[in-house]
Design a protein around this ligand. Structure first.
Ligand code: TPP
Ligand code: MG
Length: 555
């Protein structure tokens, strides 16, 4: 992983006369942000002039649609675990980028949006300025926890540092700074604000002890990981071994425990194990599927979450620990040996149960064969970016993930089209590893024009489009539940190979998993630009029996 470049400056910095834009960009650089995903326009011209002058410290990657900019920043944030930023014009630019903001909020991802504004004095007057939107600040406030309007150069640096701190404090997430067209270029006396210290909440030692007692005494403990566990892989791995506890991850928690560890499970086997568990440790997960669909009455639940509001949404857990997973799990690991009972080693049992589920999942044979081809070629630390497509649904259940932050799945928003753009951002920020985007023919055309961005900025992303000529998911529902009354689910597609080549990308077609492997080998060897691979598929078997699994416990 790229090394963290955040500098912890403490000495009072000297003041200089600079513009608001200089102050904001200088502060981003001081926080280790080296790329801005952006699309220019008149309200932000002074910002872009600063970006021209500071190009050595901060690259500007310009996209072809603002949705591409915000989703690229999101993908970069997810792949690196570090804050990322995008810049867009107000009104339509802001709204075009709103999907990225929405998904970043849902995924607790640290993404900063710099959003332009009309003339400062005219904000809120409804005069009909170019790109004016009624109460832009109010719309933004509904989408993010932290937003401010920058009013001039003097406070701009501090406001930027505060936004960047808010993005990593408590529940992480996006923030937005608005700045008016006549403010970016204003000069004033500015002292650049070094990064502000992040608060580290005190760990509740008593709660840790209670958690250790519950988990230590459990006969069949289980761990459930969400996105909040991504930076605690080592701790979860040790804890799982100590407790002989299976670790369930469905989407955002994949890779926290290596899939090759027989205790690492996805939904269907996790569902079965949930039915047997007497205690559960939930790490950085909303537990929505488990609590809503599987039921939990007689399980002792210990929750670790950065967001104190998350613990009690469904039912009060036995123990609630608030803060980052890593330090809390370290305290738990220190406390556990004093309370931990002896349990049988579950390796053989888990291997057998994994094998049984692999056989059942073979109902999705065509998807699994393509996923195996991808896994065979994608290096261990290569990044797989999921989409709302048949291959994605199967991947969430069956794709093997070996390391944290190498399976990027979009969380509960599940927005079609996120995958290609987020994957571009991931590949841009992680040039050292191959990134693979899978997408349906429907999802791909949402953001496919960013192929031009991939060419312009030489982003070596590999994209596999699984083309079934349909919004296949919708079509299957219409077939199965609506008497085959097909409406708005068939698609007329371009020739994807010709389409890809027209941008200058490498493009080819693969018909079989074996052909896909060869195509991927060629694609991963290429590091100077994007590759598009089309795989034509027919109607694919449904994944839903493995996802909506129903109750396993009495309520
Ligand atoms: C922004 C957005 N709009 C609509 C949907 C609803 N939706 C879910 S899956 C799907 C069809 C996906 O088609 P495609 O990308 O071709 O994948 P396939 O199911 O065919 O593999 C649609 C329209 C969505 N998830 N996100
Ligand atoms: Mg499709």
């Amino acid at each position: 992983m790229a090394k963290k470049r955040e500098r912890k400056g403490t000495a009072a910095p000297a003041s200089r006369i600079v513009t608001t834009a200089d102050a904001v960009v200088g502060t981003l650089v001081a926080h280790g942000i080296d790329t801005l995903y952006a699309l220019p326009g008149v309200q932000n011209d002074d910002l872009f002039d600063t970006l021209f002058k500071t190009a050595d410290n901060l690259r500007t990657v310009h996209t072809r649609h603002e949705q591409g900019a915000s989703l690229m920043a999101l993908g970069a944030a997810l792949a690196t675990g570090r804050p990322q930023a995008y810049a867009v014009v107000p009104g339509p630019g802001f709204l075009n980028a709103a999907t990225g903001l929405l998904v970043a909020y849902a995924m607790n991802a640290p993404v900063l949006g710099l959003v332009g504004q009309i003339r400062h004095a005219h904000i809120g007057r409804g005069l009909g300025h170019l790109h004016e939107i009624r109460d832009q600040a109010g719309v933004i406030k509904r989408l993010v926890d932290h937003t401010e309007l920058i009013r001039g150069p003097e406070r701009a640096s501090r406001q930027t540092a505060l936004a960047l701190r808010a993005m990593r404090t408590g529940r992480p997430g996006p923030a937005v700074l608005e700045c008016a067209v006549d403010v970016w270029g204003k000069s004033g006396k500015v002292a650049l604000q070094p990064p502000l210290a992040l608060p580290s909440p005190k760990i509740d030692a008593d709660a840790v002890r209670r958690a250790a007692r519950i988990l230590g005494a459990a006969k069949r403990p289980m761990i459930v990981c969400g996105g909040g566990a991504q930076d605690a892989s080592a701790e979860v791995t040790t804890l799982s071994a100590l407790l002989q506890a299976p670790v369930l991850a469905y989407r955002r928690g994949r890779g926290v425990l290596d899939s090759r560890n027989p205790l690492s499970v996805t939904l269907p086997l996790g569902h079965e194990l949930w039915g047997e568990a007497d205690a559960v440790l939930a790490v950085g997960t909303r537990l929505l599927i488990q609590l809503r669909e599987w039921a939990e009455r007689d399980i002792a639940i210990v929750r670790i979450d950065a967001n104190p509001e998350e613990h009690h949404r469904w039912r009060r857990p036995k123990v609630a620990l608030t803060g980052d997973a890593k330090p809390i799990l370290q305290s738990l690991l220190a406390e556990l040996p004093a309370h931990n009972i002896k349990r049988a080693v579950r390796r053989a049992e888990m291997e057998e149960r994994q094998a049984k589920w692999r056989k059942r999942l073979a109902n999705m044979a065509p998807q699994l064969a393509f996923l195996e081809a991808i896994r065979a070629e994608l290096p261990e630390d290569g990044i797989f970016v999921d989409e709302v497509t048949q291959l994605g649904f199967a991947a969430r259940l069956a794709f093997h993930v070996y390391k944290p932050r190498t399976f990027l799945s979009p969380g509960y928003q599940d927005p079609l089209g996120w995958g290609f753009a987020a994957a571009l951002g991931a590949q841009d920020a992680r040039r050292d590893v191959p990134v693979l985007s899978i997408t349906g023919d429907g999802g791909f055309l949402y953001t496919a024009t960013e192929l031009a961005t991939a060419m312009r900025h030489r982003i070596p992303l590999t994209t596999v489009v699984f083309n079934d000529g349909a919004y296949g998911n919708v079509r299957r529902i219409q077939q199965e539940r609506f008497g085959n009354r097909l409406i708005a689910s068939d698609l007329t597609n371009p020739d994807f190979v010709v389409f890809g080549r027209s941008f200058g990308a490498e493009a080819e077609r693969a018909h079989t998993p074996e052909q896909l492997r060869r195509a991927l080998r060629r694609a991963f060897a290429r590091r100077d630009g994007p590759t598009l691979i089309e795989v034509r598929v027919g109607e694919l078997p449904s994944p839903w029996e493995f996802i909506h699994l129903g109750r396993v416990r009495v309520v």
